[in-house]
Design a protein around this ligand. Structure first.
Ligand code: WTA
Length: 690
């Protein structure tokens, strides 16, 4: 992780939350919520969502965590799009004229407001156009789109007609898209001719075309539906007759009304790919044809989100950002007080839950941001806060750390007084970045919510609550309502009930946001999450719990890296490298990185006869970018004649990690290695690289 400054702060570093409600009320409420999770979530499901037919009373939760059969509200039928859009257009909410989506394009001057009424009509048009093209209930629709309102509209249109969306982050390469289309058997792909980011054009349609041109997609994709880009000349693109559909004019020609499909709460809503651990002991899946070059499988797994996830998205958005008292169905006539901005990308779970579903399910106005924090300059976020009077601002520690480098002056040029809550997500935040966010951005007035969660959890599972939980910089604090957290001894699997404690983080009872399976591989799902510690959902994260019960995430304990808040499996990068003909063996480890939290260090050995040249190294960097995407670009690639292996032939990643991080004094015993001299060779090479 970023620095060893994730340490418990001194007493004076405990910050009071910015409004006052006693922590004891949280504790009582939380204890009650986990005493009977079924009844807790069932009451909320009835109160917060509109159902076409209710789930049978008394059986909100059935099945068990152990075998992955836990299901929520099964038998109840609802439509997520109806709950997120339609209901706010009519009585008792009557928010049809209020802003649903506030789009800020790449250029600060390109701002578009979409009201709830307009959103309903547009979503219906997109839904009708999808149906016209042949999409049916249960079909998987792949979305490879820029951060434009059409992306949210298409997600909601899928939800409306019972299709399953699979959004692929626009930074992924053609190879990665092809894998995902193939895995999901997705017959439909929605893209845009181009997007823009940081003043540069993103050729999304061409990347999609390259993906569907790959052999593994042949015969799968029926149609590519192409929105015109929002910039000038966005409609100037060529397509293949019968494959590409000009989607913008087709959508415009559709009727602005489309009935909702009423879906079971357990029907899939979306597929989202993310890196995971292999779930099998390392070294068991050799690739014999290359002499065991990569000793693990690729680890990208598709998690399936169910329709009942809507409840979790809605409730956690309201609680974690302190909306509960301000808006929402409990007080339908309360005026909107919040302008909510999550500046993530909708291609990740943060965008799904906290840009699209969570805010809209609460009837909020949500910002969609197409650009980067430094375009046209490093004041972009703060300029947006001032212009739109943003009240809730949610970003990642990496962004905060990178903006901190520019000093306090850029934010001080803007009026940030509208801010009420500042959120962070995706990785541990180091106390120095936390304090900068709190002092310079929040002017010491705002709650900083450090939200811990995962793609698999669907929404926040640990966070402080604004105005309620006293904050400690660097700690995500206490579990959310309805989340029954446990800290387990990593070796024995026994629960540690006393505090302080150190162990791995687990969850004891199901919750409605949880993913139920991995696409096409339920056994893998069980192996990764349910089997490591029977009776618990295993997060893959290590943690400490301090004497106040506060949780401090210490980072992944499996083979997953967290680079700028993006999850990247070390095995994915290794597979990309060994796919190059010159690479015989690859091993990838994480290294501390000041801005990104973690960086990627790759070690490789070459096939006989391939010399180590600068050109080859450049090719290997490119290899990872094209196989996965630019966000996975390695920080170092070290080539050597051999890697440290045990005598039984297992690569010693622990030692590689120490060498890469220059933690040479804790390398430990190397005498069991088949060739201990390799360690000295690697130490020299890493030192040269740095
Ligand atoms: C890490 C992102 C510390 C953690 C929402 C987790 C965090 C992984 C935090 C999930 C946080 C996320 N503090 N670590 N507040 N939030 N993580 O699936 O290691 O992309 O397991 O979901 O990010 O990453 P994912």
């Amino acid at each position: 992780m970023s620095k060893p400054d994730n340490e418990e702060p001194a007493e004076e570093d405990v910050y009071a939350a910015c409004t006052s409600a006693p922590l004891s009320s949280y504790k009582l409420h939380h204890a009650a919520s986990v005493r009977d999770v079924s009844s807790y979530w069932s009451k909320l499901a009835t109160a917060k969502l509109e159902w076409f037919s209710p789930f049978p009373s008394g059986s909100a939760l059935t099945g068990a965590l152990e075998d992955g059969s836990a299901s929520w509200f099964s038998g109840g039928r609802l439509n997520v799009c109806h709950n997120a859009v339609d209901r706010y257009c009519s009585s008792p909410y009557d928010r049809g004229n209020e802003t649903a989506i506030l789009w800020e394009g790449d250029e600060p001057t390109s701002v578009v407001r979409v009201t709830y009424d307009e959103l309903r009509k547009e979503v219906c048009r997109v839904a009708n156009a999808l149906v016209r093209c042949g999409v049916r209930r249960g079909d998987v629709v792949t979305l490879y789109m820029p951060m434009v309102p059409e992306l949210a509209m298409t997600m909601l249109a899928c939800a409306r007609i019972g299709a399953v969306h699979s959004v692929i982050f626009a930074g992924f390469s053609a190879d990665a898209i092809a894998d995902r289309i193939h895995d999901a058997g997705s017959m439909w792909v929605v893209t845009a001719s181009a997007g823009s980011r940081g003043g540069r054009s993103l050729p999304l349609k061409s990347i999609c075309d390259a993906a569907i041109g790959k052999e593994r997609c042949a015969g799968i994709v029926k149609k590519v539906l192409v929105f015109d880009g929002r910039g000038e000349g966005g409609d100037a693109w060529e397509g293949i007759e019968g494959v590409h559909v000009r989607f913008t004019p087709l959508v415009a020609s559709m009727r602005p009304a489309c009935p909702c499909e009423w879906m079971d709460a357990e029907d899939p809503l979306f597929i989202l790919y993310t890196s995971g651990s292999t779930g099998k002991p390392k070294g068991q899946s050799g690739r014999p044809e290359r002499g065991g070059v990569c000793d693990r499988d690729e680890t990208t797994l598709a998690r399936i989100g169910r329709r009942r996830y809507a409840l979790f998205a809605m409730v956690t958005t309201a609680n974690s950002f302190g909306l509960a008292q301000q808006t929402g169905p409990s007080d339908p006539n309360a005026p909107h007080k919040d302008v909510y901005a999550c500046v993530a990308d909708a291609g990740w779970i943060t965008g799904h839950t906290y840009i699209v579903y969570g805010p809209l399910l609460n009837g909020l106005s949500t910002l969609m941001f197409e650009s980067t924090p430094v375009y046209p300059d490093c004041g972009r976020y703060w300029d947006m806060v001032q212009r739109h009077k943003i009240t809730v601002f949610y970003t990642a520690p990496t962004a905060i750390r990178s903006l901190m480098r520019f000093g306090d002056d850029p934010p001080k040029r803007y009026d940030l007084s509208s801010l009420r809550v500042l959120g962070t997500v995706g990785e541990p935040i180091n106390p120095a970045a936390w304090k900068w966010y709190y002092d310079v951005i929040g002017n010491g007035r705002c709650s900083v919510v450090d939200t811990y969660w995962q793609t698999e959890t669907g929404g926040h599972v640990i966070t402080n609550l604004p105005g309620i939980t006293p904050m400690k910089p660097g700690s995500c604090t206490l579990p959310c309502y309805g989340i029954d957290l446990a800290v387990l001894d990593a070796t024995t699997g026994k629960e540690i009930t006393s505090s302080p404690a150190e162990g791995v983080l687990a969850i004891r009872q199901p919750w409605p946001g949880m993913a139920r399976t991995c696409l096409g591989d339920h056994q893998r799902y069980l192996a990764v999450y349910m089997k490591p510690y029977p009776g618990y959902y295993f997060t893959g994260d290590g943690c400490r719990r301090d004497s106040d019960g506060y949780i401090w995430i210490t980072g992944r304990v499996d083979d997953v890296l967290n680079v700028s808040g993006h999850r990247i499996g070390t095995a994915e990068v290794e597979s990309a490298l060994v796919a190059h003909e010159a690479v015989a063996q690859a091993a990838v480890v994480g290294i501390p990185h000041e801005i990104k939290g973690q960086g990627i260090c790759c070690y490789a050995t070459l096939v006989e006869g391939y010399p180590e040249t600068d050109i080859l190294i450049k090719e290997l960097f490119l290899q990872v970018r094209t196989h996965i995407g630019p966000f996975a670009t390695p920080d170092m690639i070290i080539i050597n004649g051999a890697l440290p292996m045990t005598r039984s032939g297992k690569i010693m990643r622990r030692i590689l990690r120490k060498i890469a991080s220059s933690e040479l004094d804790t390398i430990g015993d190397t005498s069991t290695l088949s060739d201990p001299l390799v360690v000295d060779e690697l130490i020299l090479k890493v030192a040269k690289f740095q």
